[in-house]
Design a protein around this ligand. Structure first.
Ligand SMILES: Cc1ncc(COP(=O)(O)O)c(C=O)c1O
Length: 463
């Protein structure tokens, strides 16, 4: 038999076998905490990072987070095209700034900002920055109103707030007056707020869609109380509504519930556009009822980028593409599109809820659902489900579903929370239901998980 030799030109054999994975970058140790001394080809660097990220969870199965994990290809294209634009360079990218204005105006109108006033606002990295900016404006306005340098500011909110509210009090030196939750009440209302407010209260925080249970605080009742207090005592205490999660659900799913600028004391609202605004992270907004709510001295006039630009933010440079993506969704979906998506989310959350409660092993934490979030706690049936173990077992199938105890004083209640997002279909709800059944069938009888024991003894917080 003749063995025919295949001839190749000089170096060709080398090129053919020299694939990305055959290069030395895949056998060499990559330094973890130092910048490597030498360079590597772009493809190798890409592949190394791409492969390492396979150890992350799958965003499509991440029901822990409220943050958007899917957008249309056209949105992806727009995001990639605009990656190189710094949002703060307004003089250089004036059209991006125009779009920013439009986005904020659209949100202000969605939240029923009064037509006769001059609502204003800004895009932020997320709701945390938006809340800080809202509360800083209220702190400064209070300081000017109060006119007493020795007075100590305080803020009133419930134990149902996200950590960023506590962060604000610590970072900006404001006394935190927290209304604790109880095992059967996980929101706040006027009767709990009233005893805590005084002439040094810079604001009351109210939540539209709490992080822990998805419920809403009694915002209309709190507004009524504060209007009364203003009339009787002259204290003009603003409400800042944290609509991080509910801001793009309420206007479409329950438009008649009053929580926004229709209420007199609501002076500022934040929303996470990267949640049900359906935009990739990081994009949030803060909107003020009127330009007079933001003390002038907090708004910086910056000239060194050319022209003069007003800046009210905690950051300076940031990517502009999330702002553009929000504009894309507003144009693409319109109100009708948001309404349909919100409807689908609620329906699929309802289906998941039914499957879980039908087993008799879970019960809903609350009757009314204001967000497409399913929060269940175990019933007594069969000794009660260890939600921490269930959460871990589901992780082996790829589902990311957190279990956690509620904040003080409701920490004896441990729950399982599932955030239903746009890409979570009815089909996936059915598959998750089956996987939960299968996991439950394998559980029971053993020792409680270490997390369940820890939760029984001490409180843990989720972010
Ligand atoms: C009610 C609430 N407020 C604020 C935040 C913080 O939002 P962001 O992650 O956009 O900073 C969250 C996050 O989940 C939240 O649920």
């Amino acid at each position: 038999m003749t063995i025919r030799k295949v001839h190749s030109g000089p170096g060709e054999a080398g090129r053919l076998t020299n694939t990305t994975y055959s290069s030395r970058y895949f056998t060499d140790q990559i330094p973890e905490h130092e910048i490597p001394p030498g360079s590597m080809p772009a493809r190798a660097a890409y592949q190394l990072i791409h492969d390492e990220l396979n150890l992350d969870g799958n965003p499509a199965l991440n029901l822990a987070s409220f943050v958007t994990t899917w957008m249309e290809p056209e949105a992806q294209q727009l995001a990639t095209e605009t990656l190189n634009r710094n949002f703060v360079d307004q003089d250089e990218y004036p059209q991006t700034e125009q779009i920013h204005h439009r986005v904020i105006s659209m949100i202000g109108r969605l939240f029923n900002a009064p037509a006769e006033g001059q609502p204003c606002g800004t895009a932020t990295i997320g709701s945390s920055e938006a809340i800080m900016l809202g509360l800083l404006a209220h702190k400064q306005s209070w300081r000017k109103r109060r006119g007493d340098e020795s007075a100590k500011p305080n803020i009133v909110f419930g134990g149902d707030v996200h950590t960023c509210w506590e962060k604000f009090t610590r970072y900006f030196d404001v006394e935190q007056r927290t209304i604790p939750l109880t095992t059967d009440r996980h929101i706040i209302g006027p009767e709990e707020v009233e005893p805590l407010i005084d002439e040094n209260t810079i604001a009351v925080g109210a939540i539209l869609g709490t992080t822990f249970t998805g419920q809403i605080d009694e915002i209309e009742g709190i507004d009524k109380l504060l209007r009364q207090v203003k009339q009787e005592k002259g204290w003009d205490i603003p409400i800042h509504v944290d609509a991080a999660s509910g801001g793009f659900i309420a206007p479409f799913s329950y438009p008649d519930v009053k929580w926004d600028f229709r209420l007199e004391q609501v002076r500022s609202i934040n929303v996470s556009n990267h949640k049900f605004g359906l935009v990739y992270p990081g994009m949030g907004s803060v909107v003020f009822r009127d330009v007079s709510t933001v003390p002038e001295e907090l708004v910086f006039k910056i000239t060194y980028l050319g022209g003069e630009m007003a800046n009210y933010s905690l950051n300076f440079s940031r990517a502009s593409n999330a702002v553009l993506l929000q504009y894309y969704n507003f144009l693409r979906l319109g109100r009708a599109g948001y309404e349909r998506i919100a409807g689908n989310l609620m329906e699929n959350a309802g289906r998941l809820e039914k499957m879980l409660t039908a087993s008799g092993r879970f019960e809903l934490l609350n009757d009314a659902r204001y967000l497409p979030v399913v929060v269940v706690r175990p019933t007594e049936k069969d000794g009660g489900v260890d939600v921490f173990e269930l959460s871990e077992r589901l992780r082996t199938r790829g589902w990311i579903i957190p279990a956690y105890p509620l904040p003080p004083n409701a920490e004896s209640v441990s729950v399982l929370r599932m955030v239903v997002k746009e890409n979570f279909s009815r089909d996936m709800a059915e598959m998750l239901g089956e996987d939960i059944e299968a996991a439950l069938a394998k559980m029971g009888g053993g020792q409680p998980s270490p997390q369940a024991e820890a939760a029984a003894g001490k409180q843990r917080r989720i972010c």
